[in-house]
Write a protein that binds this ligand. Structure first.
Ligand code: ATP
Length: 202
């Protein structure tokens, strides 16, 4: 999957709907200090499921909503959509027929929130599952924040292995294996309980 476009509305320093295309190859975001370059990176992290406000340079998640400026009142909702070109079939099976996949995250000051894939409401887990193995998403390597390059180059073998597994696209299968193992465990417990009941009845 390739990053194709980012749309921000009410997110941090972007009160109006702003569309940022990524036409392929290398894209660079340039501008004077404080113009909002890092906020674009924050938007990518937020829409792909980041749950830690500090990772987005805020104190609480509400800090991602435009809080007003000298000339503009605050807004009540932040919404970010990220569009991927689905060109290499690396996404889960249920999305293989889509040429583009759009992930949207919305947050209101009231606390109401929502996640969407191709405009259909979904769970955070569905987004995490979609992005697993793409390198994008909380704790992955595609977005390296200012000053954090050292954390990658100096990572220990265990951390480095996580990055390599994500790049190799096996994270999704490891997560599924973990889920299956936990289901097997609870099924075994249920089976034991059933055996106990059968013994009691007999
Ligand atoms: P630098 O080049 O110095 O790293 P930058 O271009 O990366 O700067 P950002 O850190 O992305 O700049 O943007 C900082 C600006 O975003 C500040 O002016 C700050 O007031 C504004 N900002 C951040 N959060 C909000 C918010 N919730 N509402 C309004 N403005 C915000």
């Amino acid at each position: 999957m390739k990053l194709k476009q980012l749309e921000l509305c009410g997110f941090k320093s972007f009160p109006d709907k702003t569309t940022i295309p990524f036409p392929g190859g290398v894209s660079a975001v340039v501008g004077p200090n404080g113009c909002g370059k890092s906020n674009i990176v924050d938007a990518i992290q937020w829409v792909t499921g980041e749950q830690r406000a500090r990772q987005l340079r805020g104190k609480s998640m509400e800090d991602v909503i435009f809080s007003g400026s000298k000339s503009r009142p605050p807004v009540n909702m932040a919404e970010v959509s990220i569009t991927f070109a689905n060109d290499n079939g690396s996404c889960p099976e249920e999305y293989r027929d889509f040429s583009e996949i759009m992930v949207t995250r919305r947050l209101f000051r009231s606390g109401e929130r929502g996640y969407f894939i191709n405009k259909q409401p979904c769970r955070l887990k569905d987004i995490q599952n979609l992005l697993m193995g793409s390198g994008i998403g909380a704790g992955t390597y595609a977005v390296i924040q200012q000053g954090n390059l050292g954390a990658i180059t100096e990572a220990g073998p265990d951390e480095r292995r996580i990055f390599i597994e994500e790049a190799a696209g096996i994270t999704r299968y490891k997560a599924r294996k973990k889920e299956a193992q936990s289901k097997i465990k609870s099924t075994r417990t249920n089976l034991l309980r059933v055996m106990d009941i059968i013994t009691e009845v007999e």
